[in-house]
Design a protein around this ligand. Structure first.
Ligand SMILES: Cc1ncc(COP(=O)(O)O)c(C=O)c1O
Length: 399
């Protein structure tokens, strides 16, 4: 049977993941050092405590958590999260537990986007989210960033241009902490300016934040959600946080906080897509938090990654030619390199593979038609510190 003409428009328009395809071309090359993917190190997985918590909750509450569960998420986990994040005056109905942040972002997209609506995002941004907005047939408009995050003047200009052209902007998508792919963190001042502007023009913000706990130096910056909270602007910002990078992406646990109205709509989507998140894993994470293991775990993960991060930044200093510039992240997993004008990182990828080192060309992180080519992303959470240094050395040698 031929399906081509039967597929929905959205399905027919979907490609396979360019990043996965690219990474696949480096698989099986002996001695290849990959600075390409975004996987956490398996050494960060706390198998013993996780196994213990699973065992405890299944034996104690199996009749309850092996049953179908609540679409809005496990109340015990929500209670722990509200305490952990010190959310003031937050009700259970203003939080949704989801199957990874990917699901939360998808529900938010489903809640807001009609075909042709504009979504504003950072240039560059996380492709996983961009493709889910595109699947809803949104038009993506990317806004330049500087060292402090999204450029507010360019953002104002884009909003004005959309107004002139009669385009409807539905929301702004941002990753303010150790952004994927650039590693840039939005400064506190920029977050405040952003909240002020978006409240004024009445455009909601989707704040995607899987990396903020991975801080190796410097001071924590309040989330955009918290800044909006202080101004009593609940609903302006929907914050999505994930356990993927601190406990393990295989668990698929994340959560969203926003106004009751928005969370209610996202929950309706969860009902249709998933029924509920995995109840056993939700309760396991709640138990992990009840036993005060999360603070310890974040300490372990940050101690693990600090030498990885140092190895990356030191190797870049030691080996990269002067013409190459890079961001100086204080945490997270990624650094972004800008090459001289005219150098194409997609071509460099092929040469680098021959020299047995892999990265992701920057062009893969921009919406279609808005690509830049003289840039690339390096990861420092998977290859070990010695390999990171050697990988950067190999990359520098072909530049
Ligand atoms: C910015 C960003 N958002 C969302 C995700 C997806 O995370 P999750 O595993 O929680 O679905 C990632 C994963 O790499 C990411 O980098």
């Amino acid at each position: 049977m031929k399906f081509n003409e039967k597929f929905s428009k959205a399905t027919a328009g979907m490609g396979s993941s360019m990043i996965r395809e690219l990474v696949a071309t480096t698989k099986g090359i002996p001695g290849l050092i990959s600075l390409a993917g975004g996987f956490p190190s398996p050494d960060s997985f706390n198998k013993e405590d996780i196994a213990e918590c699973y065992k405890e909750v299944v034996l104690e509450s199996g009749n309850d958590i092996l049953q179908y569960g609540a679409s809005e998420g496990d109340a015990q986990l929500k209670e722990e999260l509200i305490k952990w994040e010190e959310y003031k005056n937050m009700s259970m109905d203003e939080m949704l537990i989801t199957v990874g942040s990917t699901n939360a972002i998808y529900y938010y997209a489903k809640t807001f986007i009609n075909p042709g609506d504009v979504i504003l995002c950072e240039a560059p941004s996380f492709l996983g989210s961009l493709v889910s907005f595109e699947a809803e047939m949104a038009e993506l408009i990317s806004i330049e960033m500087d060292d402090e995050g999204i450029n507010i003047d360019k953002l104002k200009q884009a909003i004005a241009d959309c107004k002139t052209m009669g385009k409807k902007i539905k929301f702004l998508y941002t990753i303010p902490d150790f952004q994927n792919p650039t590693g840039i963190s939005m400064s506190a001042q920029r977050r405040m300016d952003l909240v002020e502007l978006m409240a004024e023009v009445n455009i909601p913000i989707l704040e995607d934040n899987p990396y903020s706990e991975l801080r190796y130096t410097g001071e924590m910056i309040p989330s955009i959600f918290k800044i909006a909270e202080e101004k009593n602007l609940r609903g302006l910002v929907t914050l999505v946080k994930s356990f993927s990078k601190i406990l393990g992406p295989g668990l698929r646990v994340a959560y969203a906080v926003s106004s009751e109205e928005i969370i209610g709509k996202m929950c309706s989507w969860q009902q249709k897509v998933n029924v509920s998140p995995g109840c056993v894993t939700e309760r396991m994470v709640a138990r992990f938090m009840q036993k005060d293991l999360l603070v310890k775990q974040i300490g372990i993960v940050n101690d693990l990654y600090t030498p990885y991060w140092e190895a990356m930044l030191t190797a870049l200093e030691d080996f990269m030619p002067k013409t190459v510039k890079w961001t100086k992240p204080e945490g997270g997993m990624f650094v972004w390199l800008t090459l001289p004008e005219g150098v194409d990182a997609d071509e460099l990828f092929v040469k680098a593979r021959e020299q047995k080192v892999a990265f992701i060309p920057g062009s893969k992180f921009f919406p279609k038609g808005q690509e830049q080519h003289n840039c690339l992303r390096l990861n420092y959470s998977y290859a070990k510190p010695d390999a990171i240094r050697e990988g950067v050395k190999r990359l520098a040698s072909i530049m």
